[in-house]
Design a protein around this ligand. Structure first.
Ligand SMILES: Nc1ncnc2c1ncn2[C@@H]1O[C@H](COP(=O)(O)OP(=O)(O)OP(=O)(O)O)[C@@H](O)[C@H]1O
Length: 277
């Protein structure tokens, strides 16, 4: 992210402008410029919200400008006048704390914040509300992205991909499950609860063999995942779906060498039932 472009002399933060100052405890803090930048100034004079005054060096780059309050918190980061790290963090924080919203768009990319609690935003009525709607018609949601993919597939008869990425514990697996729930419900399996069960039932088995408890996630996938769902004409899904899983080519395995194998309760269950590994 590039908070400022161009030479320092072109930027000239005005007196009264609000800028972001890096902070050890809060990462970024808002400050007001108390003396406009003049050619040759090496520091910017600012006042923090708690009243303390300080100077901030203009090199290697001046502090990033704050967005107007009416823009930060917009449901699409593209709407921000200044797009840089503190603006993104502030917007996501405001949406999460003030609007209770874990989802934000950045163009066609959906950003999700893990709420670490069950939210009432994944029910059938929400799936129905997002079904058939255009991306951008409604609040950002994983269902909107899933609907976009489903709609494109139906309209153009072409396979679609959802790429879900993030650090460990970010909620990739949960997001994939919500997307699959949307596909099974909105993709032509209305009223067939067993279809959703069948699609999601593969997860515990895969998790039994490939998941482990880590410091970041109690049920962390220790492998890359590739899930493929086949559909037949008229938006019906081809039973059974074909979830497959392997280490992504080129990406290192998450298995830690030297760590002793610990059987997972579900693995014992699979072995007891005589299921193939
Ligand atoms: N949208 C959500 N709503 C509620 N809980 C969530 C959501 N997303 C994630 N979680 C919770 O956060 C925890 C970690 O999520 P998840 O396992 O999906 O992370 P991950 O990105 O797949 O992690 P890893 O890369 O380690 O496998 C889970 O317990 C999950 O229930």
């Amino acid at each position: 992210m590039v908070p400022w472009c161009g030479a320092v002399s072109e930027l000239r933060p005005l007196c009264g402008a609000r800028v972001w100052i890096p902070d050890h405890a809060e990462v970024w803090r808002v400050a007001e410029v108390t003396r406009g930048y003049r050619e040759g100034d090496t520091v910017l004079h600012v006042r923090l919200e708690d009243g303390s005054v300080l100077t901030h060096p203009m090199e290697p780059r001046p502090p990033p400008l704050c967005n107007p309050d009416c823009l930060s918190g917009a449901n699409d980061l593209v709407a921000l006048s200044h797009l840089h790290e503190p603006a993104v963090l502030h917007s996501l924080r405001r949406r999460f704390l003030e609007a209770n919203s874990i989802y934000t768009y950045c163009g066609i990319v959906l950003i999700a914040i893990n709420p670490y609690e069950a939210l009432p935003i994944y029910g059938d009525e929400v799936i129905r509300a997002y079904s058939g709607r255009q991306l951008g018609d409604m609040d950002p949601h994983i269902f909107a992205v899933a609907e976009e993919a489903l709609g494109q597939m139906v309209r153009f008869g072409r396979s679609q991909s959802l790429v879900i990425s993030g650090e460990s514990g970010a909620g990739k697996t949960a997001s994939a499950k919500y997307a699959m729930r949307f596909f099974t419900t909105a993709g032509g399996c209305h009223g067939d609860a067993s279809m959703e069960e069948k699609v999601l039932a593969s997860s515990p088995l895969m998790e039994a063999f490939g998941n482990a408890k880590t410091t970041r996630n109690d049920n962390s996938s220790r492998f890359g995942k590739y899930l493929e769902i086949g559909f037949i004409q008229e938006k019906s899904r081809e039973p059974p779906s074909k979830p497959t899983c392997w280490r992504s080519p080129g990406s290192p395995s998450r298995w830690v060498p030297g760590v002793e194998w610990e059987p997972h309760p579900l693995e014992w269950e699979a072995l007891r039932l005589g299921l193939p590994a």
